[in-house]
Design a protein around this ligand. Structure first.
Ligand code: AMP
Length: 283
């Protein structure tokens, strides 16, 4: 497995692969890899001849009061995790390789970026779309892999690729969870033991909603209130949002009549966790 820090090295290697007629899959990450990331790599391995994982904590997608400085990092461990998955190349550039001092171009998807996490994190998706576009241009993959865990990010990237005619297939991959249901996340490493227990309330709220939907409940406010009740029982939890939205526009819906995204963001102590599921109406 090759570990590259520069755009030039990545491009040279990819040119060789392309000469040989090989296909390339890209898995963009911010590192501190876990089984969620590894499931994306496994999917990429199945569908491509070569797999590239990028490990880059992208400064421009963090707000001024967010956790850029503290974001967990362990490149040695990430290299081992990628090696175990049979990844062909890691691209782990320093910030200076991605953003020169005169950097001044951004990719800004409007509309769906203003919903859900976009409200709490203005500018976040502009940073994400800009870095993902750069990674796409640097690696020019056939396919790129994103987790349904970050449902809004996946929707935004699909919108961007469609709007800008970017010739890359975007593959969404299911959420990987801990044994007790907590969605795996690099940010789970911030949680104390007590907070880790409290964090389970996100999954409990999801489980309850799934069973209410199965019983036929279709009123969003009733479902949202049920989720609120579960989460508010946890003293360490503070709700950022709980939304039931149209699957495509991510705008709130009052009554469920087609596929919806049920998404929540909850602070556990100071750590903001997100989770979601997609509900499709039975035929
Ligand atoms: P991150 O390193 O958190 O930016 O995540 C990199 C990619 O891994 C994104 O496409 C995430 O959606 C995906 N990912 C993170 N956690 C999970 C998970 N628990 N299950 C599936 N995909 C995940």
């Amino acid at each position: 497995m090759q570990v590259f820090n520069t755009v030039a090295d990545v491009r040279n290697q990819i040119k060789e692969w392309r000469k040989q007629g090989l296909t390339v899959g890209l898995v963009p990450t911010m590192g501190y890899l876990h089984e969620g990331h590894q499931s994306l790599m496994a999917q990429a391995k199945q569908q491509n001849d070569k797999v590239i994982v990028s490990v880059f904590v992208n400064p421009i997608q963090f707000g001024p009061n967010e956790d850029l400085a503290n974001y967990p990092r362990d490149l040695d461990r990430d290299i081992l995790a990628c090696q175990n998955m049979g990844v062909d190349m890691i691209f782990c550039p320093p910030a200076s390789e991605m953003y020169d001092p005169h950097f001044s171009s951004f990719v800004d998807v409007t509309g769906i970026t203003e919903q859900l996490c976009g409200k709490r994190r203005p500018g976040h998706f502009k940073g994400v779309c800009t870095v993902v576009t750069k990674l796409f241009n640097i690696t020019q993959p056939d396919r790129a892999y994103f987790g349904q865990k970050d449902a809004q990010q996946l929707a935004v990237i699909k919108q961007m690729v469609n709007d800008l005619n970017i010739p890359i297939v975007i593959v969404g991959c299911p959420i990987i969870r801990e044994a007790d249901g907590l969605a795996k996340s690099s940010r789970n490493s911030y949680l104390s033991t007590q907070e880790r227990n409290a964090a389970l309330c996100l999954y409990q709220a999801i489980t309850l909603t799934k069973s209410l939907l199965q019983q036929g409940e279709r009123q969003s406010d009733k479902l949202i209130n049920a989720m609120k009740t579960v989460i508010e029982q946890q003293p360490l939890a503070t709700i950022d949002y709980i939304k039931i939205t149209d699957f495509n526009t991510l705008k709130s819906v009052k009554h469920i009549e087609q596929s919806v995204l049920i998404a929540l963001a909850v602070f556990i102590g100071n750590t903001r966790l997100i989770d979601n599921f997609v509900f499709t109406l039975p035929e």
